[in-house]
Write a protein that binds this ligand. Structure first.
Ligand code: AMP
Ligand code: MN
Ligand code: MN
Ligand code: MN
Length: 276
């Protein structure tokens, strides 16, 4: 059975390893099919694809798109993208464009909360001029000693309702799915267990995602408990959606699991790769 990992990040967004390093690590860890899915950017895909060729593993070009849905931020992973697709690139650029101004507002909010210099601080961790993310602020806050580890940052500062969080309008769900489909890809609702929607909200999100042409949901994710894996496998089936799997790896020492550290999909799941 092939080992799939269809969600991870490189230095082209908020990961710690260069695209080729991500691929080499995945190959070393026994991944047979890897998708690189940087936030709102496809800039690392050529390097990753070349490295995958050298390593002899299969590679799927991907991206993780930021979406605002009904007052929530959700993520939609596109898999099997043709990165030369003009509507996709225009869409990604429009999403990235908002990030710099948002980062300024995050820095202002942190200053209000007694943390000066966060803009320059976060900039030191940015590895792509095209993309600044909350992760870069988080690394600054940890290394500057304001919190002990990454997850504490999001428990104390950068998540909704906390000082250091600012609202932001990302793409719409319909736009994100449309750009992914225009590029010949499949659209996967990323880590649904992370969204604080309540049962009704999740039902509405899944129905709208499917009605707008969404293809799959990420069933296996380090964000999910065993009970959530079972729940999302069942929800995928009842909504006619395929199931995906991804480590959401960001780099050594960060996150819960390493590249490829995923169990097989639950029995009865339709694998997303059957739709690629
Ligand atoms: P952004 O797209 O700029 O809003 O940044 C979101 C990123 O922050 C995610 O992709 C994760 O890498 C990181 N993140 C969000 N919540 C957490 C958390 N609770 N613990 C660790 N990292 C997180
Ligand atoms: Mn991230
Ligand atoms: Mn995500
Ligand atoms: Mn991710």
């Amino acid at each position: 059975m092939l080992r799939y990992d269809l969600h991870c990040h490189s230095t082209r967004s908020d990961g710690l390893l260069a695209p080729a390093e991500v691929v080499r690590r995945a190959a070393r860890r026994g991944v047979d099919v890897l998708a690189l899915t940087d936030h709102d950017d496809t800039a690392g895909l050529d390097e990753a694809a070349a490295a995958a060729g050298e390593e002899g593993i299969a590679f799927l070009p991907g991206a993780e798109l930021s979406v605002s849905w009904d007052d929530h931020t959700i993520h939609v992973v596109g898999l099997g993208l043709d990165a030369s697709c003009a509507p996709l690139q225009a869409g990604l650029e429009s999403v990235r464009r908002g990030r710099d101004a948002r980062a300024r507002r995050i820095a202002d909010a942190l200053a209000q909360a007694g943390i000066p210099g966060a803009w320059d601080g976060a900039r030191r961790y940015v590895t792509s001029e095209r993309l600044v993310s909350r992760t870069h602020f988080a690394r600054f806050l940890v290394d500057a000693g304001y919190v002990r580890e990454m997850k504490d940052v999001f428990a104390r500062y950068l998540a909704r309702g906390l000082p250091g969080y600012v609202e932001h309008a990302w793409a719409t769900l319909g736009e994100a799915i449309g750009w992914i489909h225009a590029a010949g890809g499949v659209a996967v609702l990323a880590h649904p267990g992370r969204y604080r929607l309540g049962p009704d909200g999740m039902e509405r999100l899944l129905a709208e995602f499917r009605d707008r042409g969404g293809d799959a949901i990420e069933v296996l994710s380090p964000s999910h408990s065993a009970a959530q894996v079972a729940r999302f496998a069942a929800l995928a089936r009842t909504h006619g959606l395929a199931a995906s799997t991804g480590s959401d790896y960001h780099g050594p020492g960060e996150g819960w699991i390493d590249l490829g550290d995923l169990p097989p999909l639950p029995g009865g799941s339709l694998p997303v790769w059957s739709r690629l």
